[in-house]
Design a protein around this ligand. Sequence first.
Ligand SMILES: NC(=O)c1ccc[n+]([C@@H]2O[C@H](COP(=O)([O-])OP(=O)(O)OC[C@H]3O[C@@H](n4cnc5c(N)ncnc54)[C@H](OP(=O)(O)O)[C@@H]3O)[C@@H](O)[C@H]2O)c1
Length: 260
Amino acid sequence: MSKTALITGASSGIGAVYAQRLAARGYDLVLVARRAERLADLATQLQQAHKVSVRTIAADLSADAGMASIETVLRDEEINLLVNNAGMGPISSTADLSDEAAAQTLALNVTALMRLTRAALPAMRARKSGAIVNVGSVMAFHAMPATSLYSATKAFVLTYSRAIQQEVQADGIQVQAVLPAGTVTEFYEAAGVPIANFDQSVFMTAENLVDAALAGLDRGEEVTLPSVHDLELWNTYDTARQNLFGGTQNGKPAPRYKAA
Ligand SMILES: NC(=O)c1ccc[n+]([C@@H]2O[C@H](COP(=O)([O-])OP(=O)(O)OC[C@H]3O[C@@H](n4cnc5c(N)ncnc54)[C@H](OP(=O)(O)O)[C@@H]3O)[C@@H](O)[C@H]2O)c1
């Protein structure tokens, strides 16, 4: 029986490439984003090219109604793979970011990803199978001016994914955090700073990014960093993180905080 993948943010960029690659692997698809026409065009193309079934749902995942409509699909239908990809990252100083953009970013990058993950998990646990791909960013471990909220939301994606990985170990469910670095998509236009303003040498194509991410998924990787060539960088970082946590578990203030 064919498997079904639900991909958020499938109308452009990384999400659209996930749709292409998963259709080529024989997945039926449920494609979600706000731009219905883009989704419909992609669906037609993929149905013709790969003979899979493709459904589109136009939904604003930063709004309660949009999130709820996709939660219903995840709860009521057999979705084998959820790709939580939709995201935004307005580039602005913290003080200058509009309240609306701040709320939308938090709702889309954090609340929607959290709600859709929670909606998908019970059915996957009951079936003892399923996979969730959470698209984060290397900004999860890098704080810099003008991306404070974005970096923090992506730190959420990484930490949330890592904790759930431990919860579902025995349930046959795979949770992968994918952390792209710069990727050529419409993201930067949407962020308010066209991609031409950045050093082009750090950018990867969305095709290369998704192919690497899927190779990581096939290998059962928990965290996939497509642009990191030296994996020891990540291993060292992650070991240091665990050692640091160990160093916090002693119940006594450190001597350096003793009153003089
Ligand atoms: N490009 C990069 O350099 C880069 C680097 C690291 C991580 N990422 C992450 O990769 C993911 C995909 O981004 P991308 O680079 O492919 O950018 P993109 O081309 O701008 O795609 C973003 C997708 O999210 C959808 N989306 C945005 N707001 C939405 C909303 N309110 N409700 C539903 N869907 C919404 C967009 O569709 P509609 O506008 O049609 O709704 C679009 O399909 C994001 O999570 C991003 O943070 C990107």
